[in-house]
Structures are given as structure tokens and as C-alpha cells.
Design a protein around this ligand. Structure first.
Ligand SMILES: [Zn+2]
Length: 290
């Protein structure tokens, strides 16, 4: 355990059905330091008990398992939803399964959101650079996307939207601009929106504007090097009651959940803000009692 914190939620890690990934994507995933750890990562993605041991050692209570369909770019099909639900069954208190509905391929957007709820999924992930549309594409003809947001709003299911760039082959980083969330937050005022990565590394000013303007938008700091978080968001304390801890582990460049937490704890933030970001804010989106 990290001194003083025994209820840390990391809202953003990647445990996925890796066999579905396209070969070119796997090349990126396994490159560099990850290559040496490849067998270890495969074990983690196949065995939730191995992940729970890693969490214990890292001092992490709960993790959010990011999954979403991206058949064209990443290779993930709708089977990713069943994967997340099944994986999390090993410990529903500590493993929060996320899933998604692809608005270009669904024939029943609201029904598909309902089916995610039935599966026990806790959040819907939208990944514009990996799914090939801006986050507000419903204003421009992609009606199914609006229907997905609407149903999530009705079912009180949070939506996480990737913002910022992506290095995977075929990813369209221009769809990572957080300004598109302005429409979503206006049109679906009761929807809880988690802005993943704060637009890193290109769009932090837009991200901060959206956060200040919309009280139902949360910042997930995953993917931002924790030691540099206050360089990216110098006014972070102003929105600290809506900042969520996340790491993006084990993505390339994110070695260790514990190391990231230690770097975050060393930042010049107040104790109250540290506790809110690491522990209590996430309880508002994901209450412990089911
Ligand atoms: Zn991620």
C-alpha cells in the first residue's frame, strides 16, 4: 500500500482480448520494453488472478478495464464486451469492466447499450481516433452515436471519450480534439463524461476549457506522465473535484502502476486534492456497493 491510501482506483488500464489485435498493432504493443514482458502481459490478459496480484503489489484497490470495439483499426470486435465482463467476474468489487458500441456497425444502439448494462459493464468507451469519427459526429449524420449517448444518459452509465493523439497504425488523431466534447456535454447535460488523457499532448488548453465549462465532464489523467501533470495542467487544483486517477498501464511507456502513483503523490498538491484524485472522486462514478 502507498502510505495513506488504501482505496485507490485506477480508472484506465488496458486488459484486452489481445488475440483480436491486428498484427501491425501488436508490433507497436510489443515493441521496446514491452517485448521482453510479452509473455507476462499475455498472462495478465488471460488470468485475472495474476492482475489482482499486480494490483496488490502496486497498492491499487480497483481498476477500470478499458475495452471497446474497433474492428477497422485495432481489430477488436463486439466480443471485447463479453471478454471484459467475464474477466471482471473474478472480483467484481475490484475489477470494473468497460465496453462499447460502435455507432457505425450497430443496428440497435439503445438496445446494445442496454445489453452492456445487462452484462454488468460500468462504463461505455468511445474512441474517436480508433473508431473513425469525431466525438460529436451525431450532429453531422451519425445518428447512432447520439442514440448511444442518449441511452447512456438515461441509464446513468458514464461515457469515457479518448482525447489526444494515438500512435497505433491507422489511428486518426485529428479526432482527438476535446472541443468536440462541448457539443456532447451541451446536448446530453446529465451524461457523465470522462475525458481520457486530457487531450495530451496537443490539446490541453481545449481540454481545460471544456472541464471548466461543463460540470459533468471529468478528467482522466491516464497517459500523462505523472511527474509532469502540473506542467500539462497548471490549474489542476481548480478542477480537482473532477479529476480521476488513471495510468494507461501497461501501454508502451507505462512501466508500473505503483511508480506512477509515487510520482503523483510527490507533486505539490494538497492532501485533500491527492485523496480526491486517487480515491474519492472515482467513488462518485463507480460506487463501491453494487
Ligand atoms: Zn488507454
Amino acid at each position: 500500500m502507498i502510505a495513506g491510501f488504501d482505496r485507490i482506483t485506477d480508472v484506465h488500464i488496458h486488459i484486452q482480448p489481445w488475440r483480436e489485435l491486428k498484427p501491425a498493432v501488436l508490433d507497436v504493443m510489443w515493441r521496446g520494453e514491452a517485448a521482453a514482458q510479452r509473455d507476462r502481459l499475455i498472462q495478465l490478459m488471460e488470468d485475472p488472478r495474476a492482475l489482482l496480484e499486480v494490483m496488490d503489489r502496486a497498492g491499487v484497490w480497483r481498476v477500470g478495464l478499458v475495452n471497446y470495439p474497433s474492428p477497422d483499426i485495432m481489430g477488436f470486435t463486439d466480443a471485447t464486451n463479453a471478454f471484459a465482463a467475464r474477466y471482471a467476474r473474478a472480483n467484481p468489487e475490484r475489477l470494473l469492466p468497460y465496453g462499447g458500441v460502435h455507432p457505425r456497425y450497430t443496428k440497435d444502439p439503445a438496445g446494445d447499450v442496454d445489453r452492456l448494462v445487462d452484462l454488468g459493464l460500468r462504463l461505455v468507451k468511445i474512441h474517436p481516433p480508433h473508431q473513425g469519427f469525431p466525438a460529436n459526429a451525431y450532429v453531422d449524420g451519425l445518428a447512432a452515436l447520439g442514440a448511444i449517448y442518449r441511452r447512456c444518459e438515461e441509464r446513468a452509465l458514464p461515457v469515457m471519450i479518448h482525447t489526444g493523439t494515438s500512435i497505433f497504425p491507422g489511428a486518426r488523431s485529428k479526432f482527438g480534439n476535446p472541443m468536440e466534447l462541448d457539443d456532447v456535454a451541451i446536448d446530453f447535460p446529465n451524461l457523465a463524461i470522462v475525458m481520457a488523457h486530457g487531450g495530451r499532448p496537443l490539446y490541453m488548453e481545449e481540454a481545460f476549457f471544456i472541464l471548466r465549462r461543463h460540470p459533468r465532464v471529468w478528467l482522466d489523467v491516464s497517459g500523462i506522465p505523472p511527474a509532469r501533470l502540473l506542467e500539462y495542467f497548471p490549474r489542476l487544483p481548480e478542477v480537482a473535484d473532477r479529476v480521476l486517477w488513471g495510468t494507461d498501464w501497461p501501454s508502451p511507456g507505462v512501466k508500473d502502476m505503483r511508480q506512477n502513483i509515487a510520482q503523483f503523490v510527490a507533486l505539490p498538491l494538497s492532501d485533500a486534492h491527492r485523496k480526491a484524485i486517487l480515491e474519492t472522486n472515482a467513488l462518485a462514478l463507480f460506487p463501491a456497493a453494487r
